[in-house]
Ligand binder design. Structure first.
Ligand SMILES: [Mn+2]
Length: 289
């Protein structure tokens, strides 16, 4: 069986600040490219989470996504929910997310729709079951160099690979917008990175998907077509300045007990204060927007 390995599509309504082109249209162009490759190769598409940039997108975007997928009705697309897909980064909220709608539509399949036990599709926040031959997983994995200072050691791809390679032939991970692969005789681990360039530091990033053949464990990197000059870097200096200010702020906050993650703080607050369901729903609705 052949598979197209991809992650972090981050489908969105808005245009990233670094982009000078019609980003909304470009994302459909990229998705069409991926589906076309899958169709030509007769491959199953596996998306390792963060299919959407936010838990909620416009109806127009969902409608467009559905119509694109329908064009390739002979291509099986399987995915997991990433943290970006889930309201409050919580799998309990899958039913009110855009990815939840896609699963319900049947246009994208997930674990409950996979009738074989070859693939472990592990949503963000779920445990690794060690049951199938292929693991699809969404956690920040980094190879050799941390993507940012303080990226947790649990994301060290080498350690993760060593721990799970005996249980899986293939490990596909999403979240980190870098591209890397690790392999030995036991296992292949791939973090494909995004298919779109969403930030200025990715101006020279080469979006690609991986073509994997489970028969012999071989893989190919297939670069996607991109247009030159659509990622501008002018605002990077401004961003650096902001980052330095944030760092100074974080440094000051470090001695306090409060967590930096607002969503986590809200979750803690709701849990500790027995907030009723209706109020909680309103709170998450506001946060998601
Ligand atoms: Mn993510």
């Amino acid at each position: 069986m052949k598979y197209i390995l991809t992650a972090d599509w981050h489908i969105r309504d808005t245009t990233p600040r670094c982009r000078t082109d019609n980003y909304w249209m470009k994302q459909w162009n990229k998705i069409n490219q991926v589906l076309q490759i899958a169709q030509e190769e007769d491959a199953v598409v596996l998306i390792a989470g963060d299919v959407f940039d936010k838990p909620r997108v416009s109806n127009q975007t969902i409608e467009k996504f559905m119509s694109v997928l329908r064009t390739y009705s002979d291509v099986l697309v399987l995915a997991i929910a990433g943290n970006h897909d889930l309201p409050g980064h919580n799998l309990d909220n899958l039913h009110r997310s855009a990815i939840g709608i896609m699963f319900q539509s049947g246009l994208i399949g997930t674990q409950s729709t996979v009738f074989n036990n070859i693939i472990d599709l592990v949503h963000f926040g779920e445990e690794i079951p060690n049951e199938g031959n292929i693991l699809v997983y969404h956690e920040l994995m980094w190879y050799k160099k941390r993507p940012f200072p303080g990226a947790p050691e649990t994301g060290n791809a080498k350690t993760f690979f060593k721990k799970h390679k005996k249980n899986y032939d293939l490990i596909l991970t999403g979240d980190n917008h870098q591209q890397f692969e690790l392999y030995d005789d036991d296992c292949l681990m791939i973090n494909p990175g995004p298919i779109m360039r969403m930030s200025a530091d990715q101006w020279d990033f080469k979006p690609a998907v991986y073509l994997y053949d489970s028969e012999d464990g071989s893989f190919d990197i297939i670069e996607l077509e991109v247009q030159d000059g659509v990622v501008q870097r002018d605002h990077i200096e401004e961003k650096k300045d902001k980052e330095n200010r944030s760092k100074a702020f974080i440094k000051r906050m470090k001695d306090t007990d409060m967590e930096m993650d607002f969503v986590q703080n809200m979750s803690n607050y709701i849990a500790a204060n027995k907030i009723n369901k209706k109020t909680e729903d309103i709170i998450w609705e506001v946060i998601d927007d």
